[in-house]
Design a protein around this ligand. Structure first.
Ligand code: PLP
Length: 294
């Protein structure tokens, strides 16, 4: 188990040990999942693509008509301070804005004061198995784009979580949920790619546009692969040479079994390996990383 006791949080404009970080039970972030968030990681003492994460976080807040009294530079400082307090060199750093509490007796979201929280905890992996995940294509549909914009990072996770239970029931380790056409969308905190020869397909819509997804697309394109953002049918994925997941919580991770079908030869394929190596190498590139001054 990840030891989260070592984490530090930013609550009410103070940095506190994670165990002392508390929020109000009446915050709509808790009562209504009325919140947005983002997760950036720190690897070897450096944030990876922090500007991209902040860009997405501010865009999510704007779409949800939320605001916080901090600039991006101020947020960088808050996040760095959480990491510095923890002393962690490898960290999972989450920033959250909730709707907050309405005026007493009101149900009007305009009366809410939005709340900002952040925390840094030891690095979290979406999976412990680095050798390849067994993925289940769940029958659950991701909440439709028309209802909740999945491009806003959100806590509407009941589809994912029930999908995970379905995966465990069927002997798998994690799940992807589908769209109304039955195409694969994404899983609990990760995007998905299928490699066939020199083509790589990743779902175009109904997803959170991951920063790791973006990095994988950039790297694969640089390597000369044709990356198609389109529909990914489960049948296509099951017959791909390689399938991989992308997430800030682990980078580029091989998927070696989908439902009952072994992908490729059941081990991490060469394209996934190449992209995974390139992904971690980018962490040393100052264009993509920001060193923390511990
Ligand atoms: C965070 C998340 C991802 C992955 O995004 P990254 O920026 O690569 O970490 C994918 N799907 C969902 C639903 C997510 O919440």
């Amino acid at each position: 188990m990840t030891d989260v006791t070592k984490g530090f949080a930013y609550v009410d404009a103070r940095i506190v040990p994670i165990s002392e970080a508390k929020i109000s039970l009446l915050d709509w972030g808790f009562l209504h999942s009325d919140a947005t968030y983002d997760v950036v990681h720190v690897w070897d003492g450096k944030f990876f693509r922090l500007d991209d994460h902040l860009e997405r976080f501010f865009s999510s807040m704007e779409k949800l008509r939320m605001s916080i009294p901090y600039t991006r530079e101020e947020l960088k400082l808050v996040l760095s301070n959480c990491v510095k307090a923890s002393g962690l060199r490898e960290a999972y750093v989450e920033m959250i804005t909730t709707r907050g509490l309405p005026k007493p007796g009101s149900r009007d979201p305009r009366t809410c004061t939005n709340q900002f929280f952040a925390f840094a905890i030891p690095f979290v992996w979406i999976t412990k198995s680095q050798n390849g995940l067994h993925l289940i294509v769940s029958s659950k549909q991701r909440i439709p784009v028309e209802s909740v914009d999945p491009a806003v990072k959100n806590y509407h996770w009941l589809d994912f979580v029930m999908g995970q239970f379905e995966a465990f029931d069927r002997g798998g380790e994690t799940a992807v949920v589908v769209d109304s056409q039955g195409n694969i969308t994404e899983g609990p905190g990760f995007n998905i790619f299928a490699v066939k020869d020199t083509e790589i397909i990743t779902p175009a819509s109904g997803i959170l546009e991951g920063i790791t997804r973006k990095t994988a697309i950039e790297l694969a394109t640089d390597y000369g692969y044709k990356v198609i953002q389109g529909n990914l049918a489960p049948e296509y994925a099951r017959c791909a040479n390689e399938v991989f997941a992308t997430s800030t919580a682990g980078g580029i991770l091989p998927i070696t079994k989908i439902d009952d079908k072994i992908i490729g030869n059941g081990a991490m394929g060469p394209v996934t390996q190449k992209l995974q190596d390139a992904y971690w190498s980018l962490h040393n590139n100052p264009q993509y990383s920001l060193a923390i001054d511990y």
